[in-house]
Design a protein around this ligand. Structure first.
Ligand code: 5GP
Length: 191
């Protein structure tokens, strides 16, 4: 059974296909909105060159990941394109308890687990303009191999089916507009 989590702050789940621009939007939001914290996930995915250990992810082995599961330390966890990703419960619990709002940038399977265990979470889905646009962005950022990009595009098509379970959808055609929309939604839901 899940531990009871104190809910003084507000929990937001942000999902959307890889390359939709979630991370960039969240980084910008964190700079300008006080009282918001982004959760640090653990993953078995190899670290990319430009990533800093402990910033967005803690990079761990498969067996360490299984230990987290065994010890009941995850709020949610899922497999995405062959790698495991999970949100440690402690951070979320602590920050919400402190009255901070918490942002979880997670894929759709994990998001559904959170929706189930914490139905008060506000669910935001970030959409790319088109799949073509997504393809362009994934290729341009130069962090994944061609096979990896193809896997992510296949995953994106499935992820789009989950939009219906979210409270709001932001289309990231125009970055500044998407940022304004995201800030507005976060502000409105923390009043
Ligand atoms: P990436 O490998 O591009 O950093 O992330 C791949 C996908 O995993 C993205 O959709 C990202 O939002 C999602 N993700 C990142 N951390 C977590 C997590 O803790 N749990 C789940 N379920 N998904 C995550």
């Amino acid at each position: 059974m899940q531990d009871k989590i104190l809910k003084n702050g507000k929990l937001f789940v942000i999902s959307g296909p890889s390359g939709a621009g979630k991370s960039t939007l969240i980084e910008e939001v964190l700079k300008s909105l006080g009282n918001f914290k982004a959760s640090v996930s653990v993953t078995t995915r190899p670290k990319r060159k430009n990533e800093i250990e402990g910033k967005k992810y803690i990079f761990i082995s498969d067996s360490e990941f299984d230990d987290y599961i065994k010890k009941g330390q995850f709020l949610e966890h899922a497999v995405y394109c062959g790698y495991k990703y999970g949100t440690p419960k402690d951070f979320v619990k602590r920050e919400l308890g402190r009255g901070n709002n918490v942002l979880l940038e997670i894929e759709v399977q994990g998001a559904m687990q959170v929706k189930n265990s914490m139905p008060e979470a506000y669910m935001i889905f970030i959409m790319p303009g088109t799949i073509e646009e997504l393809k362009k962005r994934l290729s341009k950022r130069n962090t994944e191999s061609l096979i990896e990009i193809e896997r992510r595009l296949q995953a994106a098509k499935k992820e789009l089916d989950f939009q219906q379970y979210y409270d709001c959808i932001i289309i990231n055609n125009d970055y500044n507009e998407a940022l304004l929309n995201l800030k507005y939604i976060l502000n409105e839901n923390t009043k």
